[in-house]
Write a protein that binds this ligand. Structure first.
Ligand SMILES: NC(=O)c1ccc[n+]([C@@H]2O[C@H](COP(=O)([O-])OP(=O)(O)OC[C@H]3O[C@@H](n4cnc5c(N)ncnc54)[C@H](OP(=O)(O)O)[C@@H]3O)[C@@H](O)[C@H]2O)c1
Length: 229
C-alpha cells in the first residue's frame, strides 16, 4: 500500500487517478486549490464507496504548500508517489495576441507549481525507498509535435518536461523515478466534450507509473509507451 498525493484532484483526470488508486487499496491524498471543492470531491467519492484522505493545496502558494508539508509530516511521515496533475489552460489560439500575464499565470501553476511541490515534498519522497514523481504534461508541450497557438500552455508543458528531465537525473541516485505523461485528449472541463478519450483512459498511464514494478525514468509517455520530447 503506497501513500500517493495528486494535485488538482477535485475534478477531471486528477480525481479519476485518485478513484483508481484508492480502489486498488492505496492511501490517497486528494488535493485541490479550493477547500470546499476538495471536500465535495472527497464526499462524492465516499458516496461511491471510495475512501480518500484530502487536503486543500494551491500549488502557487508557499503558505498553502507549507500547510500540506505539516499535514504529511503529521499523518504519514513519508510519500511514495507525487502526481503533479494540477494545471490550467488560459490562453487562446492566436500567439500574436497572447497576453504576457496569461503566459506568466500559466507558468506559475503548470511549471513553478510542480517544481515547488517536488522541492518541498522531497524529504518525504526520500523516505519511500521506491518513490515516483509523475508530471502530467501534454503532447502540446512536445517539441516534436509542436504547432502554433496556445503559447502559454505549450511553453509551460515544454518547461514541465524540462523539470522532469532535470529531477530524473538529479534524483536517480536516490532511486526516485521522475516521468512526464501525456494523457491524450480527455473529456474533462479542460479537454471539452469533443475530446476523444474518457477520463478513465486519461488516468491509465498515470496509475501504471504510480504502481507498476518496471517503470522507466526520465521519459515522456503516452499509453504506457515512450514518446519523443
Ligand atoms: N484534458 C485533456 O485533454 C488534457 C490533455 C493533456 C494534458 N492535460 C493535463 O492534465 C492535467 C489535468 O487536466 P484536466 O483535463 O483534468 O483539467 P481540469 O478538469 O480543468 O482540472 C484541473 C484541476 O487542476 C486544479 N488546479 C488549477 N489550478 C490549481 C492550483 N493553482 N492549485 C491546485 N490545483 C489547481 C483545478 O482546480 P479547480 O477545480 O479549483 O479549478 C482542477 O482540479 C492538467 O495538467 C492538464 O494540463 C489534460
Amino acid at each position: 500500500m503506497k501513500v500517493i498525493l495528486v494535485t488538482g484532484a477535485n475534478r477531471g483526470i486528477g480525481r479519476e487517478t485518485i478513484r483508481q488508486l484508492a480502489r486498488q487499496g492505496h492511501k490517497t491524498i486528494l488535493t485541490g486549490r479550493n477547500a470546499e471543492r476538495v471536500r465535495q470531491a472527497q464526499d462524492d467519492l465516499a458516496a461511491e464507496g471510495i475512501i480518500t484522505d484530502a487536503c486543500p493545496v494551491d500549488v502557487r502558494d508557499d503558505n498553502s504548500v507549507a500547510h500540506l508539508v505539516r499535514f504529511i509530516a503529521d499523518r504519514y511521515g513519508k510519500l511514495d508517489v507525487l502526481v503533479n496533475n494540477a494545471g490550467v489552460f488560459l490562453d487562446g489560439s492566436d500567439s500574436a495576441k497572447a497576453d504576457i500575464e496569461i503566459i506568466r499565470d500559466t507558468f506559475d501553476t503548470n511549471v513553478l507549481g510542480p517544481y515547488r511541490l517536488i522541492e518541498k515534498l522531497l524529504p518525504f519522497l526520500k523516505k519511500s525507498g521506491d518513490a515516483r514523481i509523475i508530471n502530467i504534461s501534454s503532447g502540446m508541450g512536445g517539441l516534436s509535435e509542436m504547432n502554433g497557438g496556445y503559447p502559454g500552455y505549450r511553453i509551460s508543458k515544454t518547461a514541465l518536461n524540462a523539470v522532469t528531465r532535470i529531477f530524473a537525473n538529479d534524483l536517480a541516485a536516490e532511486k526516485i523515478r521522475v516521468n512526464s505523461v501525456c494523457p491524450g485528449w480527455v473529456k474533462t472541463d479542460m479537454g471539452g466534450e469533443r475530446a476523444t478519450r474518457e477520463v478513465d483512459q486519461g488516468a491509465e498511464t498515470v496509475v501504471w507509473l504510480a504502481t507498476a514494478d518496471n517503470i522507466p525514468n526520465g521519459k515522456f509517455l503516452r499509453d504506457k509507451k515512450e514518446i519523443p520530447w
